[in-house]
Design a protein around this ligand. Sequence first.
Ligand SMILES: [Zn+2]
Length: 71
Amino acid sequence: MTRPVRFEHYRWLGDKRGMTVHDLDATVDDCGIDELMQSEQFAAFGPDRLAEARNRGYHACRHCVRSEASD
Ligand SMILES: [Zn+2]
């Protein structure tokens, strides 16, 4: 799966609809990234870290975020 062009410099991509965060280094079809980009209900994080996403209330996508993922 290709990385969304506008997120080529980011690793973590949030989905505001389900409050999930995806690891763009490991996304799979089940993540629905293409559909998420079309919906425009996505979010980037600053700093671009899993911990920052979690601080904002996002939970890790079970398809692409490894439980011990480092950020
Ligand atoms: Zn995912």
